[in-house]
Design a protein around this ligand. Structure first.
Ligand SMILES: Nc1nc2c(c(=O)[nH]1)N[C@H]1C(S)=C(S)[C@@H](COP(=O)(O)O)O[C@H]1N2
Ligand SMILES: [Mo]
Length: 251
């Protein structure tokens, strides 16, 4: 696929230099799974090109990892909606009651506690959270590779995306299976050597270091595997609050 897709992409790039990108690239792209779900939106052509380029040429590329000396002394926790009463009850129980549900196109849905996730082989990374607003910080993130969690549930071959939710009903996101299986995509439960603090998304946060900060959903409690984003919100793969953000936010 890689060679064909590469050619498709180069052809797409040449067409982009002209004007009639849409038809040709999107037809080829759809065929090879290179068109993001919000391709019809305001980012249209540019986003499709970025997504296709990253998927064809940089599918396994790694997000930059930093030396530990570069960990930010004062990481910035972005504002979130007020926590629900249910969240505060979990917090009062030190999140012993928190569960991550994994279902959809899997062989066997699984439900995991934070302790169960912590008992699995862990992975750490010193990576940057980059907000679309222009600020960023570097931290060490520790968690369970999402690929291991998905393997427990058994990914059906029809799955093309994961949709992931938080205790904040207005904040959910989706990524494709390549991104989900990437070794740097982790279900984080630790930050800078301690438990992941609530302001930074504790008890569980999906860290997607190859994409902008808004894809790293805090307070994650549910993951759904699916072959299509139709039927999830407006079908663009994101909560309405992220309308206007590109679905594919690769950096
Ligand atoms: N549940 C939830 N996750 C979220 C957000 C949010 O408001 N709610 N904000 C996102 C945005 S826009 C960014 S840039 C990062 C910020 O991460 P930080 O709070 O660690 O700085 O979290 C993302 N994850
Ligand atoms: Mo952000």
């Amino acid at each position: 696929m890689s060679n064909i897709s590469r050619r498709t992409l180069l052809a797409g790039g040449a067409i982009a230099a002209g004007t009639a990108l849409g038809a040709a690239l999107s037809k080829a792209g759809q065929r090879f799974g290179l068109v993001p779900p919000d391709a019809g939106g305001i980012y249209g052509t540019g986003e499709t090109l970025a997504y296709a380029a990253h998927r064809v040429l940089g599918r396994n590329a790694l997000a930059r990892e930093f030396p530990r000396e570069m960990i930010s002394a004062r990481p910035f926790a972005n504002a979130v909606s007020p926590h629900s009463a249910a969240f505060r009850r979990h917090q009062a129980a030190n999140f012993a009651t928190w569960r991550l549900h994994v279902h959809g196109q899997v062989t066997q849905p699984v439900t995991l506690s934070v302790a169960q996730l912590r008992a699995m082989p862990a992975s750490s990374q010193v990576t940057e959270v980059t907000c679309e607003e222009g600020w960023s910080y570097v931290a060490e993130w520790t968690g369970t590779p999402l690929a291991s969690v998905l393997a427990m549930a058994g990914v059906r071959p029809t799955s093309r995306y994961i949709v992931y939710y938080s205790s904040d009903p207005d904040w959910w996101e989706s990524i494709d299976i390549d991104e989900a299986m990437h070794p740097q995509t982790i279900v984080a439960w630790g930050m800078n050597g301690a438990d992941l603090p609530v302001p930074f998304g504790g008890p569980l946060r999906l860290r997607v270091p190859r994409q902008l900060g808004y894809k790293s959903v805090k307070f994650m409690n549910r993951i759904v595997l699916t072959d299509s984003l139709d039927g999830f919100g407006d079908g663009s793969g994101q909560s309405f609050v992220n309308d206007g953000y590109a679905w594919y936010a690769g950096i």
